[in-house]
Design a protein around this ligand. Structure first.
Ligand SMILES: C[S@@+](CC[C@H](N)C(=O)[O-])C[C@H]1O[C@@H](n2cnc3c(N)ncnc32)[C@H](O)[C@@H]1O
Length: 295
């Protein structure tokens, strides 16, 4: 099954989306992604007919504005990208900085699409003033416009009239969920962008745990991707046992970082399932997927 990727995005779950989607219940009223990023799981679920209605939320409002254009005006945004891509030729380095400045003044979706296609590791970075400050990867010109157009059109066909868009804190979205929905959460990697990791991580984990506790109390099914390990090196903290979640590991393949350092290590991503979801899935899916259970 070919799944379109409308834009590259650091932390995308593209490689393991099929394993996550296999664990979703059939025909939820809505598949809700409070941390949608590039929406790899929703796109996979839409393409495989596993869900029909979606909620896309991300705290990054320009990213949600870009999503809205991709779904509702695919050819317009593809034309705008193509125009930027062609204008850069011969002056790629300087042009990237011009677009970045314009984006920081206007937050236009086409500028963000161009920046995502060209920035280092497709990694969105903002400074304390909310300005996009990631540099360009000057080895690349960004996705070819024709390929970008195909991806965008395909994405729009899958999602047209099926998505509600929001750009708020994830807890506001969770507060609007029901037991007939399913929520897939992929919060930022615990170590990312934090000046005092010990303090901020604890705070973030406590906030997230409280939000998950509330979903448990209201019987809303959910899954959370939350760090994992490379070889024996465990990343981040575990979610508390009191949440009564089942944690499985998904093999995400060779770590490029470890490969660079001459080591061959496999990365395993943790996926936590709420109790109501794992009870429903246990007999049906585990033998098929051969997932290794940690708890
Ligand atoms: C790891 S990425 C999600 C990647 C996504 N699963 C994909 O396949 O592309 C995490 C996302 O959470 C968003 N985010 C961070 N803090 C948030 C918050 N408090 N509420 C909602 N979204 C948030 C970030 O902007 C980022 O896009």
């Amino acid at each position: 099954m070919r799944i379109p990727q409308p834009f590259p995005y650091q932390g995308s779950k593209r490689k393991i989306a099929h394993e996550i989607v296999a664990l979703l219940p059939n025909h939820p009223a809505r598949l809700i992604e409070p941390f949608v990023g590039s929406g790899a799981v929703s796109l996979r679920a839409a393409a495989s007919g596993k869900a029909e209605q979606f909620v896309f939320n991300d705290i990054n409002a320009p990213l949600i504005a870009l999503w809205e254009r991709i779904v509702n005006a695919p050819d317009e945004i593809a034309d705008q990208y193509a125009a930027l891509w062609h204008r850069q030729l011969g002056q790629e380095k300087a042009f990237y900085f011009q677009v970045r400045d314009h984006f920081n003044q206007t937050y236009r979706p086409d500028y963000l699409l161009y920046l995502l296609a060209r920035c280092v590791k497709a990694a969105v970075r903002y400074n304390a003033n909310g300005e996009f400050n990631q540099s360009a990867d000057n080895r690349r010109k960004g996705m070819q416009p024709d390929r970008m157009r195909q991806n965008i059109r395909h994405t729009a066909r899958l999602l047209k009239n099926r998505v509600s868009f929001y750009a708020v804190d994830y807890r506001e979205i969770l507060a609007q969920t029901h037991p007939t929905d399913v929520v897939y959460m992929d919060p930022p990697y615990q170590g990312v962008n934090q000046q005092d990791p010990r303090y901020v991580q604890r705070l973030a984990l406590e906030e997230l745990s409280a939000a998950l506790q509330d979903l448990n109390a209201r019987n809303v099914p959910f899954m959370v991707s939350y760090d994992g390990r490379t070889g024996k090196k465990v990343h981040g903290q575990l979610l508390p046992e009191s949440l009564n979640l089942t944690r499985i590991e998904i093999n995400a393949g060779r770590s490029s970082q470890a490969t660079l350092l001459g080591r061959s290590s496999t990365t395993f991503e943790s996926l936590y399932l709420s109790a109501n979801l794992s009870a429903h899935l246990k007999n049906r899916l585990q033998p098929v997927l051969q997932l290794s259970l940690w708890t």
